[in-house]
Design a protein around this ligand. Structure first.
Ligand code: DOR
Ligand code: ZN
Length: 438
């Protein structure tokens, strides 16, 4: 058994002293304040990790990453992506299906699981793309008892074919449908390739609002579970809040970049800050943060979208869209919360771990609780450092956060009770499909 001693975990609203005992099967056996009362258990401990008063977070579950494999390994692969994840305290990722070829059949899905299991340092789930003929999805359900089910089905609403499929065809209700919510009818030609405001206007928030309204329209007719990815606007948030109040099965996520950056940053950074949906205004940013703290936004997800330096250094017309974030997610969010003098970390911890576990249907993950897996992050909350490309483990080291001062550093990561990362070193590679873990 393993004892992680002298850490601090969030109980209610407060960080309190905690010792955690983890069994050899990787599950949390006990969490307690003082070691004195636990003589019986302590006699069974054979390994001790001293957490020295640092904060202990539940392993982060990032439900939106693009690790680019198969097909675009020069941008990222499962090894580099999952190392970046683990070094950032992310113990489970859900990877998107926009690969080459796209993951939209059972065969490709199973092949990708095998490939990821050979290379992944973190546990993972895989999304599948929406097949043109949704009856293909039934094939997955027929195999339900034999294969790990996908994280969900990704729907790119800005793709007219996919929009048409979800609006008009019957979809099985067994999946989580994750929507890239932008309605292409609102897209216009960008008027100036060097002006971020022009880029933002070319994919305006109206596109997001309209797509969310359509998604809610689907939920009015059919009993499905929908998740809106990378929410970017205040009005989009209001649509979601309304739908939640009507008790539809809808959840949403926000990225660190939409919580920290605005189109003003975009003005200086150009292609480096290009992403879909675009960075919006300071008001949108603030309201998204407020929505997160109020619990209306369920999850924080990085939308880690690596591209090469050359692809990002182009102007706003030609640069590839996407911002990386799986490794920086925790320090960025911690710093943001500290700067905003957030008193209660509970909604943030929920959005980082507990809620993604629930949305993805992962049992015994995402909480520091007896019976749950020992997915834990030892976090030096006092360390201040400046973000530089050298610390990044993604193949894509271009980041809009370069030079930003942040507070908080991941010292060590435990995955299912195993110390897999400590002080920059990877000690074990044990990542598997998270649905294979019982
Ligand atoms: O910025 C983005 N990058 N948005 C997307 O929807 C796709 C992603 C990517 O795969 O690069
Ligand atoms: Zn994405």
């Amino acid at each position: 058994m393993l004892l992680i001693r002298n850490g601090r975990v969030l109980r209610g609203k407060h960080w309190t002293r905690a010792n955690i005992i983890i069994s050899d099967s990787g599950k949390i056996v006990d969490v307690f304040r003082s070691v004195n009362a636990k003589g019986y258990l302590l006699s069974k401990v054979d390994t001790i990790y001293n957490a020295r008063g640092y904060l202990i977070f539940p392993g982060i579950i990032d439900m939106h990453v693009h690790f680019r494999e198969p097909g675009l390994e020069w941008k990222e692969d499962f090894e580099s992506g999952s190392k970046a994840a683990i070094a950032g305290g992310v113990t489970i990722v859900a990877d998107m299906p926009n690969n080459k070829p796209p993951i939209n059949s059972l065969e490709r899905y199973l092949r990708k699981i095998k490939l990821a299991e050979k290379k992944s340092y973190c546990d993972f789930l895989l999304y599948i793309g929406l097949p043109e003929d949704p009856s293909q999805l039934l094939k997955f359900l027929e195999e339900k008892d034999n294969i790990p089910m996908p994280a969900g089905v990704k729907v790119f609403m800005y793709n007219p074919k996919e929009e048409n499929t979800v609006l008009n065809k019957d979809l099985p209700k067994d999946f989580l449908y994750v929507f890239h919510a932008e309605d292409y009818r609102y897209f216009t030609e960008i008027s100036d390739c060097n002006d971020y405001s022009a880029f933002e206007k070319s994919r305006p928030k109206e596109a997001e609002i309209s797509a969310i309204q359509k998604i809610v329209g689907i939920l009015e007719k059919r009993d499905l579970r929908a998740h809106v990815a990378h929410l970017s606007s205040y009005e989009g948030l209001l649509e979601i809040v309304r739908a939640k109040k009507k008790r539809f099965k809808i959840s949403t996520e926000v990225t660190p970049h939409h919580l920290l950056l605005t189109k003003d940053h975009g003005r200086k950074l150009g292609g480096i800050a290009k992403c879909y949906p675009p960075l919006r205004s300071e008001l949108d940013r603030r309201m998204l943060f407020r929505g997160l703290l109020q619990g209306y936004i369920d999850a924080i997800a990085s939308d880690h979208a690596p591209h090469s330096l050359e692809e990002k250094m182009k102007d706003l017309c030609d640069a590839e869209p996407g911002i990386t974030g799986v490794q920086l997610l925790l320090p960025l969010i911690f710093t943001l919360a500290k700067k905003a003098h957030v008193k209660n970390f509970r909604p943030i911890i929920r959005a980082l771990s507990e809620n993604p576990a629930r949305i993805l249907g992962l049992k015994k993950r995402g909480r520091i609780k007896i019976g749950y897996y020992g997915d834990l992050v030892i976090f030096n909350h006092r360390k201040e450092w400046k973000i530089s490309p050298e610390v990044l483990l993604s193949k894509s080291r271009v980041t809009p956060y370069e030079g930003m001062k942040v507070k908080g550093w991941v010292l060590a990561t435990f995955l299912r009770g195993r110390l897999v990362y400590e002080n920059g070193e990877f000690l074990e590679r044990i990542g598997i499909c998270a649905r294979s873990v019982q």
